[in-house]
Design a protein around this ligand. Structure first.
Ligand SMILES: [Zn+2]
Length: 138
């Protein structure tokens, strides 16, 4: 029983990156058009949700006395880390304070954030493109 717990933890670490796997499947679905537009839309929205609410990026919430902000792992581009004040910091920044530019600069702040942001943009574009007749189907 004790070993299964360890294995679960390992899978949990990898499981955070399922969005990348879905992204790879999405690319495969575009190359091999047998999948069809429905599969593409489903995969696209899956990847998009992952980028927004699950992707393992850095929190970056403002911390007094630190220029680089909070370094904890956050869940997704729209949410912060486990600290309660950080959790909704980015959504608040967008919705309440309208700091769109500050939010956007955080999207490319490091390698992980850039990968997740690009995956989000790509899946968003692919989700839209799937609705264009003749593009996603044969
Ligand atoms: Zn934080």
């Amino acid at each position: 029983m004790a070993t299964s717990g360890v294995r679960g933890k390992k899978l949990g670490g990898l499981g955070q990156w399922w969005g990348v796997l879905a992204g790879a499947l999405l690319i495969a679905a575009w190359i091999n058009k047998a999948a069809g537009p429905v599969v593409i839309v489903l995969l696209s929205s899956g990847v998009l949700l992952w980028c927004f609410f699950q992707a393992p990026v850095t929190c970056q919430a403002e911390v007094r006395g630190r220029t680089d902000g909070c370094r904890n792992n956050a869940s997704g581009l729209l949410l912060g880390c486990h600290i309660r004040q950080h959790r909704w910091q980015k959504l608040k920044m967008l919705v309440v304070r309208r700091q769109v530019r500050a939010f956007c600069s955080g999207l490319f702040s490091d390698g992980k954030a850039t990968v997740v942001t690009l995956a989000g943009l790509g899946s968003f574009a692919s989700g839209l493109a799937a609705f264009i007749p003749g593009l996603a189907d044969k």
